[in-house]
Write a protein that binds this ligand. Structure first.
Ligand code: NIG
Length: 386
């Protein structure tokens, strides 16, 4: 058994319950977990030692909203959007056609490349979804590909009614044979509750079928308008409702009074030119928020959690500590992994050694030096991966 002592930590953000940034800290890793953490002057001896040279250490990012299983890209659609065209859900069909035409090996290779890219920027826990197959065989292939690269898989058969298919027939497929075939590979069910995708009643039907099949519930809600997705998510006790761009007072009250985390996706908002979610009002009302990349070829082709953190500070009005919390422990809350032996998003004795070192003395540099690659080193489950 080998123990590794990490010293030279100028600032340690643990995201433990006290929320304090510890100065001049050290930690010990053993069996993939943190065996000790505290002031460097009190550090115990260990078999090996890594000096991080006065840098900041924090938990690895917890990215709880990605769509990594796809083929092709939509750069032309993006270019048209930057020239003034509004984003519409129908663009998903382009990626569905490319994804159906790809082999499972190609889908796995593409998703693995993006996972690697994310990890190189400090992400140590990542969720990904199906949703670009939209027929039974392609959704199953997508779910298997997702499970091979991600820590958590979400079934998003209810992403769009595929071209050429009757709505009722498709809902019967998603809630019947498709759900039965995908559920063994998935942890959560999701529905894109939005104009042009699925309305509240259709989304409820899909989500309840998923819950009955043993899956957790999460929702894409209120991205392009007041879709009702947020209130549906809170009503169902969903773990998370993602996007949240268009919220009225009742939506905010519902989130503040419920257990559902609002997952905000600022990179997507920049790419779709939707208004940013009212992050400040959510926090001030007492709601919990997470930050995620929403990496996908249509609305947010980035794996960069540091970019999302910087944007959340600079554009959404979050403090540094709020943004870092939302991208680590907030993500954990959004996937029910805040507590217990498999908790992620915080550094605590007994917890997983999922951590990153910044090439900076403080987490403030994440927004103070936006766009600068600051990930100096990453450990996932105690193994250094960068
Ligand atoms: O989360 N909003 C729905 N799904 C994705 C976008 C999918 C696409 O346009 O390809 C999202 O933004």
């Amino acid at each position: 058994m080998t123990t590794e002592l990490i010293t030279g930590i100028r600032e340690l953000t643990s995201q433990a319950d006290d929320g304090v940034r510890l100065r001049d800290a050290a930690l010990v890793i053993e069996h993939g977990r943190i065996a000790w953490l505290g002031p460097s002057a009190e550090a115990p001896a260990a078999d090996t030692r890594t000096d991080v040279g006065g840098r900041a250490v924090l938990p690895g990012w917890v990215d709880t909203h990605t769509h990594l299983v796809f083929a092709g890209d939509r750069a032309a659609e993006f270019e048209a959007r930057m020239a003034g065209q509004r984003y519409a859900a129908g663009g998903i069909n382009t990626t569905v056609a490319a994804t159906r035409a790809a082999s499972e090996e190609q889908l796995v290779a593409g998703a693995a490349r993006l996972r690697r890219e994310a990890e190189d920027q400090g992400t140590t826990f990542l969720e990904t979804k199906t949703g670009y197959g939209l027929d039974l065989a392609s959704e199953v292939r997508s779910a298997r590909a997702a499970a091979s690269v991600a820590d958590l898989v979400t079934f998003l058969g209810a992403h769009l009614v595929p071209e050429g298919m009757d709505r009722r027939d498709y809902l019967d497929l998603v809630t019947g044979p498709m759900l039965a075939a995908v559920a063994p590979h998935a942890d959560y069910i999701d529905a894109f509750c939005e104009v042009g995708a699925f309305d509240v009643e259709e989304s409820r039907e899909v989500l309840l079928a998923g819950r009955a099949a043993g899956l957790g519930v999460r929702v894409h809600g209120n991205q392009l308008g007041f879709s009702g997705g947020v209130r549906l998510a809170v009503e169902l006790g969903a773990a998370s409702v993602d996007h949240c761009n268009h919220l009225d007072d009742r939506d905010i009250e519902a989130l503040a009074g419920g257990a559902t985390v609002a997952t905000l996706l600022p990179a997507c908002d920049l790419s779709t030119r939707e208004p940013f979610p009212p992050a400040r009002r959510l926090l001030d009302a007492g709601a919990r928020i997470a930050l995620a990349t929403n990496c996908n070829p249509g609305t947010s082709y980035t794996t960069s959690m540091p970019f999302c953190v910087a944007t959340a500070v600079l554009q959404l009005g979050l403090t540094i500590d709020e943004a870092v919390w939302a991208a680590t422990r907030g993500g954990a809350a959004a996937v029910g992994r805040e507590h217990g032996v498999d908790a992620v998003g915080s550094l605590r004795v007994g917890g997983w050694a999922d951590l990153q070192v910044l090439d900076a003395p403080s987490v403030a540099h994440l927004a103070y030096r936006p766009g600068v690659p600051l990930t100096a080193a990453v450990w996932r489950r105690g193994v250094r991966s960068r």
